[in-house]
Write a protein that binds this ligand. Structure first.
Ligand code: UFG
Length: 355
């Protein structure tokens, strides 16, 4: 059993990582500032201020990190860092907010870890570090980790800059770091006790569900589903993405952190976490229609700035090194899991459902 701090553990992917680590019998602490995370998510996972498993701290306030790393006597075996701003469109409009939050926040976290002797770091990176795939470097259109990293939006650039930071810290002070480059996380835990709740919502699958259930955005506008562009260089003209079930993604974190704790002294490792299968926006819509047994109305809209045509992982490296493979990733699984979660949210007026 290892003592692991999950930064951003009350967020969407973070809460699924916490659950997977607990199931693997690790002692897990959540650090969150609740700017995007949900207190209820931490509570349902048994992490509260009262029992000391929830640490309220802010990556932009170094003092709060210093205190957090001393929680319960300190001595964390690893930090898993998922706290970031992560919306491509927003990052195009507010780049400085992204650079400050994501890069300065991570710098502060690394400084505090160094000071407290924590030497294992698992980082949530992204497929957005690659930019538009270049066919000279892809395998049948799939992106391997060796593909050049030329992000086309500030969000991707912040994540790539952090990978550089990690490489340098690994060399300088023996940090063992792994960056998991997520493709498109989707779905939720099969129990639907945790799930995705963003305000506003911008991600494809939860947006479609919100629109189907008559959800409003925080500014009062009714969610009406639009496909962002049908003139991309793809067979049906809509963007292709690699949707990975969040529980499969969470399992990859457990495998990576366990390896890194056991094999200290490694430098930076980088892994794609995706399925190797891409779906266009229209294919997602059709797949969800079949799974849910209902029509999904949509309008065809303009392109959204910062969206690459196609992002599909070549996941061979993570499969070879960890024997990992996606077990729950199909549009069918994702749709059925998210249906359960959406019904709970809708019944609670789009607030985190009381358990
Ligand atoms: N889309 C629509 N209509 C919508 C919402 C999305 O057509 O209402 C389209 C987008 O244009 C894109 C696809 O659906 O083509 C997926 O969009 P998302 O917003 O769900 O996800 P992104 O691909 O923009 O980004 C996500 C994460 C990033 C991560 C990236 C990696 O938000 O953090 O996947 O592929 F970097």
């Amino acid at each position: 059993m290892s003592k692991i701090l999950v930064v951003g553990g009350a967020g969407y992917i973070g809460s699924h990582v916490v659950k997977a680590l607990q199931e693997a019998k690790h002692e897990v602490f959540i650090l969150d500032n609740f700017c995007l995370g949900h207190r209820e998510a931490a509570a349902v996972l048994g992490c509260t201020l009262d029992n000391g498993k929830l640490l309220e701290a802010d990556l932009l306030k170094p003092d709060s990190l210093d205190t957090a790393l001393q929680a319960d006597g300190g001595g964390f075996d690893a930090v898993i860092h998922l706290a970031a701003l992560s919306q491509v469109g927003e990052s195009m409009q507010q780049p400085l907010m992204y650079y400050e939050n994501n890069i300065t926040g991570t710098l502060n976290l690394l400084k505090a870890m160094h000071q407290h002797g924590v030497k294992t770091f698992l980082f949530s990176s992204t497929a957005a570090t690659y930019g538009n795939p270049n066919s000279s470097f892809t395998n049948d259109g799939k992106i391997p980790e060796s593909h050049p990293t030329e992000p086309i939006n500030p969000y991707g650039r912040t994540k790539l800059a952090i990978e550089w930071l990690l490489k340098d810290c690994a060399k300088a002070w023996g940090l063992t770091a792994t960056a998991l480059r997520y493709f498109n996380a989707a779905g939720n835990d099969a129990t639907a006790i945790i799930g995705e709740l963003h305000r506003p919502e911008s991600h494809l699958i939860p947006y479609i569900m919100g629109a189907l259930y008559g959800r409003h955005q925080p500014d009062g506008t009714l969610m009406q589903f639009k496909i962002f562009g049908d003139d991309y260089a793809t067979p049906d003209g809509t963007c292709i993405r690699d949707y990975i079930h969040v529980s499969d993604l969470a399992r990859a974190h457990v495998l990576a952190v366990e390896r890194d704790i056991a094999e200290a002294g490694k430098q930076l490792s980088v892994y794609n976490v995706g399925t190797g299968r891409g779906f266009s926006v229209l294919e997602v819509v059709k797949g969800m229609e079949v799974a849910l047994g209902r029509e999904i109305p949509y309008e065809m809209g303009d392109r959204r700035a910062g969206d690459p045509d196609m992002l599909v992982a070549d996941p061979s490296r993570i499969m070879a090194d960890f024997g990992w493979k996606p077990e729950r990733t199909t549009i069918d699984y994702i749709s059925k899991d998210i249906l359960k979660w959406t019904e709970r949210l809708a019944a609670h007026s789009w607030n985190w459902p009381a358990n």
